[in-house]
Design a binder for this molecule. Sequence first.
Ligand SMILES: *[C@@H]1O[C@H](CO)[C@@H](O)[C@H](O)[C@H]1NC(C)=O
Ligand SMILES: *[C@@H]1O[C@H](CO)[C@@H](O)[C@H](O)[C@H]1NC(C)=O
Ligand SMILES: *[C@@H]1O[C@H](CO)[C@@H](O)[C@H](O)[C@H]1NC(C)=O
Ligand SMILES: *[C@@H]1O[C@H](CO)[C@@H](O)[C@H](O)[C@H]1NC(C)=O
Ligand SMILES: *[C@@H]1O[C@H](CO)[C@@H](O)[C@H](O)[C@H]1NC(C)=O
Ligand SMILES: *[C@@H]1O[C@H](CO)[C@@H](O)[C@H](O)[C@H]1NC(C)=O
Length: 270
Amino acid sequence: MLFSTLTSFLLSALAFNVVGGTVIVPQAPPSDHIFHTSSDVPTGRNVTIAGVNTYVNTPPEGTFDPTRAVVILMDIFGFGSTDNFLLTDTWAKAGFATYMPDYFLGDPFPQDGSITNDAWHLNHTEAITTPPLLAVLDALRVQGVQQIGVSGYCFGGLYATRLTQNNTVAVATMAHPSSLAIPDDYILVKANSTVPVQINSGEFDTGFTPALAEQTDEVMVGYVPGYNHTAWAGVGHGFAVSANASDPVAVAAKEGSFEVMSSWISAHFV
Ligand SMILES: *[C@@H]1O[C@H](CO)[C@@H](O)[C@H](O)[C@H]1NC(C)=O
Ligand SMILES: *[C@@H]1O[C@H](CO)[C@@H](O)[C@H](O)[C@H]1NC(C)=O
Ligand SMILES: *[C@@H]1O[C@H](CO)[C@@H](O)[C@H](O)[C@H]1NC(C)=O
Ligand SMILES: *[C@@H]1O[C@H](CO)[C@@H](O)[C@H](O)[C@H]1NC(C)=O
Ligand SMILES: *[C@@H]1O[C@H](CO)[C@@H](O)[C@H](O)[C@H]1NC(C)=O
Ligand SMILES: *[C@@H]1O[C@H](CO)[C@@H](O)[C@H](O)[C@H]1NC(C)=O
């Protein structure tokens, strides 16, 4: 009797979680990030676009289509992390004109842990972060860019999702996104979007966990514009931004996710 009451309580709790509950994807702790340790030097340049400092790297003149661009939506370490510049360089090396707007306006989350994640986020809400991002996207359009693909990492995954929900970009990819409301944000994507979207998750991510990724998959079944989720084993939060060069599993996930994301964007630029 007690057992069956307990069982039905547990089953209804489970059902609530899967069907009715909305989970806000937590920020993974900053300590889950590994920073780059090699001597690689970024090869791009900073350009002020619509008043926003933007790190830009483009393939050699004449070898790329200037009507298409990739916009990198950074993690919280922003312009304070060499990894973000090197990631942008990787996109450019793969043939894309690539732009990384500093939507933190010179105030990345410090790597030294001197302030808390929550305190920093209060100064980087959607209301604060979105206008400079949209200003850069608009300026790129004025410059002649007709199709924008976005690639969002951690913090940037929310913005990749927002730009997908309201059809502001042509194609979207993201890795280990945070701050999403699951499943609601993807119920909205499915209902309102025409943007093909691709998501990478890590087995040990404490933010966008495998369970949340699975809930997203359930919502996105049958999404006509195109959906792909690729799960990476053996890695945690931040794996697509930086990897321990001595750890072959981490390196394979970082390189493999880049391959999937860049192929997705190429395939959906028309
Ligand atoms: C771009 O700006 C950031 C932040 O001001 C700076 O740390 C970085 O060195 C700059 N990069 C280049 C290539 O000038
Ligand atoms: C947030 O911004 C305010 C106003 O610029 C500043 O005084 C405060 O120190 C900032 N908080 C953090 C945690 O950076
Ligand atoms: C797209 O979403 C962003 C973020 O929610 C919002 O600020 C912006 O106004 C939206 N743009 C359009 C065209 O709906
Ligand atoms: C749905 O997409 C349209 C553009 O196609 C956008 O203007 C609108 O804001 C979106 N709705 C929501 C709720 O994001
Ligand atoms: C997602 O894309 C990857 C890489 O292209 C592919 O291996 C995988 O089969 C795709 N997943 C699904 C469910 O189609
Ligand atoms: C990097 O990986 C190597 C090999 O797995 C390991 O010994 C080392 O502790 C790792 N370094 C960090 C910073 O995680």
